[in-house]
Structures are given as C-alpha cells and as structure tokens.
Design a protein around this ligand. Sequence first.
Ligand SMILES: NC(=O)c1ccc[n+]([C@@H]2O[C@H](COP(=O)([O-])OP(=O)(O)OC[C@H]3O[C@@H](n4cnc5c(N)ncnc54)[C@H](O)[C@@H]3O)[C@@H](O)[C@H]2O)c1
Length: 262
Amino acid sequence: MADSRRTANRYALDDKVVLVTGAGSGIGRAIARGFLDNGARVVVTGRRLEPLEATVVGYGPEHTWAVSADVSDAGAVARLIDGVVDRFGRLDVVVSNAAAYRGGELEDLDAGDWHTVFSTNVDGLFHLAQAALPQLEESGGNLVAISSVSGAAGDWGQAAYNASKHAINGLVRSLALDYGDRGVRLNLVAPAFTLTEMTAAMADDEENLAPFVNRIALGRPGEPEDVVGPVLFLASDDARYMTGSIVTVDGGTSASTGQPHV
Ligand SMILES: NC(=O)c1ccc[n+]([C@@H]2O[C@H](COP(=O)([O-])OP(=O)(O)OC[C@H]3O[C@@H](n4cnc5c(N)ncnc54)[C@H](O)[C@@H]3O)[C@@H](O)[C@H]2O)c1
C-alpha cells in the first residue's frame, strides 16, 4: 500500500478547513489523511462513526472532527455544514466522495437499487452543494467531487452507477459556471479501477482482476493514495485558474480507443 504521507508539505493547505464525505474507507480515507498531512483541519463524515474515527486516529483532535451524516439526507447535510462552521469558524474545501455502487444489467436492478445510487451519488452532491456553497463563497473556497471514468462513457453492467456519474459531471460543470463570478471553483476527479471496498468483489482473485489490469496502460490497478495528489492540487491555490475541469486519474485506461489489448 502506498504511503499517503508522500504528498506531505507539497500544498499550501495549512489551517484550511476541509470536509471529506465517505471518509471512513478507501479513497475518502486516503484523501482525508492527505489533507491532514498537508496541515489542513479535516472534518471526516460518513454514515458510521467508528471507521471515521479510525481514519483520523493519530492526528490531533484540534485538527480533526469525525461526525456521522448520511449525504442523501438534506437535513443531516445542512446540520453537518452548520456544525463545521460552528466548530472551526469557516469552511474552505469540500470533497464530495461518498458514493453507492449497485452493479447489474437492467433486469437485475430494481427501483430500490436505482434510488440508493442516485440518492447517494447525485442527491448527496446536490445537498452538499446547497448547504456548503454559501460558506465556500464566503471563504473563496472550492469543491472537488470524486466522479469516475464511468462518467465519460458507458460500462457493461453498471447502468445505474454510470448514469449517476454522468449526472454529477453535469451538475459540477453547471455549478462551476454559476459560481465562477462568485469566486468559488468546482472541479471533478475521475478515477478508474481502484482497489477499495467498492471493487473488492471484482478484485478477489487474479482471474477476475486480469481483464481490468489488461486495459490499464500502467499495468496495475489504482490504489486510493494514487487519487490524493490530484485532489490536493485542485483544492490548492495552485489550481486557482481551474474550474469545471475533470482530472482523470486512471493509469491510462481512457487513453485507449476501447480496442482490445492484444
Ligand atoms: N474504487 C474504484 O474503482 C472507483 C473508481 C472510480 C471512482 N470511484 C469513486 O471513488 C469514491 C470513493 O469510493 P471507494 O472506491 O473509496 O469506495 P468505498 O465504498 O470504500 O467508499 C465509499 C464511501 O462512501 C460511504 N457512503 C456510502 N453511502 C453513503 C451515504 N449515504 N452517506 C455518507 N457516506 C456514504 C461509504 O460508507 C464509504 O465509506 C466514490 O465516489 C466512487 O464512486 C471509485
């Protein structure tokens, strides 16, 4: 496993107040630690407190706050943002990372699957943006949403998840237009196949893993830490002229036309 601390001290994020959703596992946990290693104060949120507390263990309580909230619940998200501002006095960066995945072709999906995916991935970002953007306007801050290469083209057997990632790309790019003259930047990071709980079932043995790895130019699946540097960069002033951008972090997966790797 790569070390999240390799990004330490690269970005001027000292004392910035950062909120990361879905921070109790995988990519969200790595991103939260990356901000902490760069001097930010980080609020980690997700549905269960225990994994969130594990994410920030070892970082001082003055720099962290673990708070449970379900992003699909508008009221909970509004209370979360109020809580962050009460506690730290400001909010500079929001990383919308939480997501739900339900795989399967149309006949395998029911309305409940569709609702879970959309209420988490799309409504969750909408609620977060509505509650947080006034604070980001005040601080001159920015939002980074974790999308996916699945937001740029289709995937076999992933109709609900894929559609949700297309939706958040449109939502973020439209908000980037609306908020440009208000001094708030909004960008997207699009990972591809990355080893986390979300992909655990697909990566459980060499045979399942091989067709994925075969399509990755760099010849290995992503690790959560691979996504951290691009997120820190977008959140920092180094990216001050970037808004509405999609930064792909996919080991070269989408450099291909889609023809097989022979
Ligand atoms: N792993 C991959 O291959 C991959 C590829 C592209 C994009 N992504 C994206 O990266 C992000 C992180 O995913 P991951 O791979 O780390 O998987 P993960 O399952 O480890 O992380 C998702 C997190 O979101 C949380 N979550 C789910 N529903 C929630 C809700 N309603 N409210 C609050 N939190 C909720 C989960 O508890 C979990 O901690 C997601 O946006 C995912 O779509 C992942």
